[in-house]
Design a binder for this molecule. Sequence first.
Ligand code: 5GP
Ligand code: ZN
Length: 96
Amino acid sequence: MSNEAANCLFCKIRDGEIPGTIVFRDERCVAFKDIAPRAPMHTLIIPTEHIGLAKDLGHAEAGYRVVLNCNADAGQTVFHVHAHLLAGRVMGWPPG
Ligand code: 5GP
Ligand code: ZN
């Protein structure tokens, strides 16, 4: 386990070392209620494994963006929930 994972709050919630309200769990992901909800329903969804994906791909330092497009107005075309990991160029804000 990396140092980063050993000190990770969410890994501790996943492992029951810190209390959390888990609403879903399987071998791939864990979902739990945010401690300071910003909406009537605010759930955090994490991969069960602490993944440093952007770091492993060499894009963590310069920066990257993770996007979930949700339904037609956001541009979603394939309706199986998925995250886009975008890196390798400067990104504009707000996204178009
Ligand atoms: P971030 O700022 O990394 O995008 O989101 C972190 C989220 O974790 C925040 O919404 C924050 O409220 C939540 N959070 C921080 N500490 C705890 C905790 O101890 N338990 C739970 N369930 N959520 C937490
Ligand atoms: Zn973690």
